[in-house]
Design a protein around this ligand. Structure first.
Ligand SMILES: [Zn+2]
Ligand SMILES: [Zn+2]
Length: 371
């Protein structure tokens, strides 16, 4: 026996579903069929190779044996997954109608598609107040999801009726188009590859088997949530198809800004006005925190405009992964009085006479001016 990788022979991945394997087999068998390749002596060999690969991979038990088999014989070891039993025990039934010369050897019933599909993920956004995002909040949102129609159980057929075999493709879901020696296989246009059709559509879903509805979901937004953060709610997206699992719901946070606290990652920046006397002499001032509290801050004498002070842990809690909360950055804005009383003016004039320091000395020197 050949040592070629059976998955490569069938041109499918290691995790291919039974449906994928079946589809690929049908395509390749058609392509390499000896009847369609009379002038190519190697066609029969390739055809047999494809048949053998399908014989093994379409049988869940044989496939498992093959996947777990010794490397020396089969080449690369297959990865686990996707090998759930599809119940294909008669391997060549699918081709019975395609090739007259082989017809006698085949026979058996055909099968429609029975693929389970995971439901779609659904994304919605939720608007949060600044404080709710900071402290965390449990909120109720409305998510537009698709689900199996409960009137027909997802079949799309009216109550009391069932889907019936597609007359166009006799339930195979594929149809062949012959062009000279070549034969093409494509999904059946009538049934969309399902193999079955709805004769009387269900009133609940118009025959589609799915309905849209608004699902109310309670979502816990973690403390410290940032704008644009995605909160995943597993299994609350659209329902699966044919028994497949539901998709997930993603809730994207839209966090309102704050007039004074500017968020930077998990830190906040706040501009705090400081009088020029406080800046010059030093002072203890009270600064607001984003969480609504206050914090005392000691300004040293000679604090300059724009100087930043860090208040550790007064920022946002880490919404992800825990750890220390962010910090509050306090930026000093020195305020110069616009109006002075007569007395203040006198004091400042005394100060001006007293002051020896020329604040522009450094500038002039750097500009090359002689002092
Ligand atoms: Zn069809
Ligand atoms: Zn329905």
């Amino acid at each position: 026996m050949e040592t070629r990788d059976l998955y490569k022979v069938l041109e499918v991945g290691k995790g291919a579903s039974q449906e994928e394997i079946r589809r690929s087999y049908r395509r390749l068998a058609r392509k390499h069929h000896p009847d369609a390749n009379r002038e190519d002596p190697k066609a029969e060999e390739r055809f047999k190779e494809v048949q053998h690969a399908y014989e093994v991979l379409s049988n869940p038990e044989k496939r498992r044996e093959y996947d777990e088999g010794p490397r020396a014989y089969f080449g690369t070891r297959a990865q686990a997954g996707g090998a759930s039993g599809g119940g294909f025990d008669t391997n060549f039934s699918d081709l019975s109608d395609l090739f007259g010369s082989f017809g006698g050897a085949f026979g058996g019933a055909t099968r429609g598609a029975a693929r389970t599909t995971r439901g779609e993920d659904v994304t919605v956004s939720v608007s949060l107040k600044f404080k709710d995002a900071l402290k965390g909040v449990t909120t109720r949102i409305t998510a537009p999801v698709e689900e199996e129609c409960d009137q027909c159980g997802g079949t799309g057929a009216a109550a009391g009726t069932a889907r019936r075999m597609c007359p166009e493709c006799s339930g195979r879901g594929m149809r062949s188009r012959d062009q000279g020696f070549f034969a093409f296989s494509e999904p059946c246009g009538r049934c969309g590859g399902e193999g079955t059709i709805v004769e009387r559509p269900c009133a609940g879903c118009a025959g589609g088997g799915r309905v849209r509805r608004n699902r109310q979901v309670t979502v816990k937004i973690p403390a410290g949530a940032k704008d644009g953060m995605k909160v995943r709610v597993p299994g609350r997206g659209s329902g699966g198809m044919k028994g497949g699992p539901a998709g997930d719901l993603y809730v994207v946070t839209r966090v309102a800004g704050h007039p004074v606290f500017e968020r930077r990652g998990d830190d906040f920046l706040v501009d705090v006005p400081v009088s020029f006397v406080e800046a010059a002499l030093g002072a203890e001032i009270e600064v607001p925190r984003p969480d609504g509290g206050m914090v005392k801050l000691r300004l040293p004498a000679g604090t300059q405009e724009g100087k930043r002070f860090k208040v550790r842990g007064a920022g946002a809690p880490r919404a992800r992964g825990g750890g220390e909360p962010g910090d509050l950055m306090v930026r000093v804005r020195v305020v110069v009085p616009e109006k002075l009383s007569r007395r203040e003016k006198e004091i400042l004039e005394v100060l001006a006479e007293e002051g020896e320091e020329d604040v522009r000395e450094g500038l002039l020197r750097a500009a090359g001016q002689e002092l």
